[in-house]
Design a protein around this ligand. Structure first.
Ligand code: VGL
Ligand code: ZN
Length: 213
């Protein structure tokens, strides 16, 4: 597979949730989450179009275990839109944990898209909330800019990166996940399941060496 110069304007790099709470030391730390930051910065320099996603929950969000009596983190419950894994409180809007990692260096990124803002609905995907109906507007943004191919990197590979890549495919885009620029939570086999789902959906799983000059 060959990849055209990422500077082509129809390609975009989507940087998912590289935020303090997903970095070791944070509330929902992804192992080695910090290690991908230099690579993401390097990749970013090769893309003209860079979009950043930021998990951005109000306090008391429905995805927090603390919002449900008798529940603990990583329990799975039924919400009106379906199954929801419960998480420690994380990425509460305006807090340090919700801020992008201080070393993320993507000054030319033009869009930061915040998701999970609805108190009652989670949103792993940067395209569509967990009710699978409420759109963030990202598909329209990409379409208006003539972007037809996205490269997805960040955290966590088996949750927000996967759902973003799957929804990119549903939106009719070519989608690649740059595996070495991601890290996973890997809860109960979620990493292997994510790889399988992405392959079935036609998401290209690649290494950064395949696209770096
Ligand atoms: C994420 C769990 C909860 C992610 C966000 O960024 O993958 N995971 N909220
Ligand atoms: Zn979240």
């Amino acid at each position: 597979m060959s990849h055209p110069s990422q500077l082509a304007s129809r390609l975009a790099l989507l940087v998912i949730d590289v935020q303090n709470d997903f970095i070791p030391g944070g509330q929902l730390a992804v192992p080695e989450g910090d290690l991908i930051v230099p690579l993401i910065n390097h990749l970013g320099g090769q893309f003209k179009q860079v979009i950043i996603a930021q998990d951005w929950h109000p306090a008391g969000h429905a995805s927090f275990a603390s919002s449900h009596p008798q529940r603990k983190p990583y329990d799975v419950i039924q919400l009106p839109y379906g199954e929801q894994t419960l998480w420690p409180e994380h990425c509460v809007r305006g807090t340090h944990g919700a801020e992008l990692h201080a070393d993320l260096d993507l000054p030319h990124a033009q869009l930061i898209i915040r998701k999970g803002c609805n108190p009652d609905i989670d949103s792993y995907s940067a395209f569509l909330e967990a009710d699978r109906t409420t759109a963030t507007g990202l598909a329209g943004y990409l379409k208006e800019r003539g972007i037809d191919t996205v490269y997805v990197v960040g955290l966590a590979l088996d949750f927000c990166v996967m759902f973003t890549a799957l929804d990119a495919r549903t939106a009719g885009l070519n989608a690649f996940v740059v595996l070495d620029a991601c890290r996973a939570i890997d809860l109960d086999g979620s990493l292997a399941a994510a790889v399988e789902r992405m392959q079935v959906a036609g998401v290209g799983l690649i290494q950064s060496t395949q696209i770096l000059d």
